[in-house]
Design a protein around this ligand. Sequence first.
Ligand code: ZN
Length: 50
Amino acid sequence: MSDRRRGYGGPRTMHKATCADCGEECEVPFKPTEGRPVYCRECYQKHRQY
Ligand SMILES: [Zn+2]
């Protein structure tokens, strides 16, 4: 794999979602699951403490 010339995350599929915390529209690199909260990048940091 040497297709790094864009150097910006690659051809990752992004899905539009609404952050369950701040309500902002955001894009997540995974498919949002119905019934489960989706967080934007910033809120995700706050919520990912396991
Ligand atoms: Zn948020």
